[in-house]
Design a binder for this molecule. Sequence first.
Ligand SMILES: C[S@@+](CC[C@H](N)C(=O)[O-])C[C@H]1O[C@@H](n2cnc3c(N)ncnc32)[C@H](O)[C@@H]1O
Length: 355
Amino acid sequence: MKHLKILLDKYYEAPEIFQAGRYWKSYEKIIINEVEKADVNQLRSGVYPIFGTFGFSESVYHYHPDMPFHLKLIKIIIRSLFITKKSYLPYSLRLSDIREMAYKNCITQGELANLKPISEIETSTFGNPSDLFEINGKKYTMQFLNFYIRLCFAQRHLKFTGTETVVELGSGSGFQVEVLKKVFPNLTILCFDLPYPLVLCEKYLSESLGNHIVIKSSDTLSWTDLNGIEEGKVHMLGNWKFPLLGNYNFDTFWNAASFGEMEPSIVKNYLNYVLGTCDSIYLLQARNGKESSQKSGVITPIRFSDYEDMLGDYYLINSSDAYEAHRKMSQSGGYFQAVWKKESTIIGFKYGVVA
Ligand SMILES: C[S@@+](CC[C@H](N)C(=O)[O-])C[C@H]1O[C@@H](n2cnc3c(N)ncnc32)[C@H](O)[C@@H]1O
């Protein structure tokens, strides 16, 4: 992938603070190798488990391509005998029940948030998702439903009208952007990420939303300001381009499962460019910080109270445990989802309280 090489050269030239922290450095080489030889048509099929680290994880069951053949065979037999045909899960649950419950949860949450219903949108099938299913003639994956659920929470507090500008750092697969744009087609979105997820995210969004909607990282690479932003489009930018945000005023800064995988100094650096210029902030992060040991994971985990401190003058509007469509996010000791707003944008805000 020639374009990835060009992005990587620029990324390595960028100041140290824009290089991945320890958590991500450990994946960097393996991911780059995989991206270079990957068949993008199989992105979501499960044959590239390493892409699951940034969201392309759409397998119903986790399996490892390098598992010996006889073990794979045993797993397939057990599944076909006990899981899909007979009742293996509690309360005689079948896979189709779990999917239907998740879908119904999206219907209810969508109504509560006054959002375009899940029944009116569907996932792209690009990348051959192994978890593809259909309900009422529309295509879904659990991941698609999960990102809709995230938006339901956000929308209850952000109340997008549909013409806002959203900046997402660490877009990963781009699934959140896909859902945002399918619910609100006129949103303007800026996606910043490390080069190796960025190239796959760009490919995915170009296929799922249409090539004409996505301004490519090859175009934004030479940008020295944000004058090239086009209303209603999705713009792909390398993470080291974040300083371009400088004095750019926009509506919402969005970061999910990404800050927690950085060191506090890296997070503070990114926040420097958006605090004061965005009206609201949506975060979904590990409540007690991500894994950390002497040799791997993050060096310094960031906890909910650290985000509160870092967001300074922004006022916490609401926070709760984070949920996927079918369950609470429980990995790494649980996740929170929360929305903060700039004081001046809060209607009825007076003397530190919302009326
Ligand atoms: C676990 S993925 C989450 C992706 C997506 N937001 C989601 O919720 O599925 C973490 C994301 O953070 C990005 N990331 C990690 N460290 C970063 C850094 N130092 N600068 C910019 N992005 C970073 C990764 O590239 C990846 O896209």
